[in-house]
Design a protein around this ligand. Structure first.
Ligand code: ADP
Length: 160
């Protein structure tokens, strides 16, 4: 079974993430989201909340799983016997960081290869911070997140 892991903060999952996960899941037997617990980004949502939103948002795809991790992506990949790590690329500026990560992850776990998937044009400027900022100021983000994420953002920000 060929397993790919998709690591990130996913705080919360948005259409850019979903697009990458949908396309990558077609290339592998299983795609596992690795949800970073101790992210330096100080997440708005708990790891369990982020996992629940991922699973609900991806329920139309049947070869998806999601687990949290406090450790190295390379170790997560080893634990779940993954052959690949998928990452999304939005801008040229993403490349340098992704290149460093890919090289380090291969050093730490030589049985895993990193694949960089270019984002769909319409999601180039989308990221979780923008989603949270716009939602907090009551802007319309319905094109960029699923209904369950909308509900969770509203609850977090005390909006009705
Ligand atoms: P962000 O907070 O920027 O949305 P994450 O840490 O959750 O990012 O990102 C996890 C992975 O998803 C990374 O590989 C990232 O490049 C990718 N990603 C994030 N946003 C997009 C997008 N709009 N299109 C494609 N890939 C994306």
């Amino acid at each position: 079974m060929r397993i790919v892991i998709y690591p990130g903060t996913f705080d919360p999952i948005h259409s850019g993430h979903i697009d990458i996960a949908e396309r990558a899941s077609r290339l592998f037997d299983k795609l596992i989201f690795a949800v970073a617990v101790n992210s330096y980004k100080k997440p708005l949502f708990s790891a369990q909340e982020r996992i629940d939103m991922i699973l609900e948002s991806m329920k139309h795809i049947n070869n998806i799983e999601a687990f949290s991790t406090e450790g190295l992506v390379a170790d997560f990949a080893r634990e779940y016997k993954a052959v690949a790590i998928i990452r999304g690329l939005r801008h040229v500026s993403d490349f340098e960081f992704e290149f460093q990560m890919a090289t380090m992850n291969h050093h730490l776990n030589s049985s895993v290869s990193t694949l960089l998937m270019v984002t769909s044009e319409k999601y180039i400027h989308l990221n979780s911070s923008v989603v949270k900022d716009v939602a907090r100021l009551k802007g319309d983000i319905s094109n960029f997140v699923t209904p369950v994420v909308m509900e969770n953002l509203k609850a977090k920000f005390g909006l009705t």
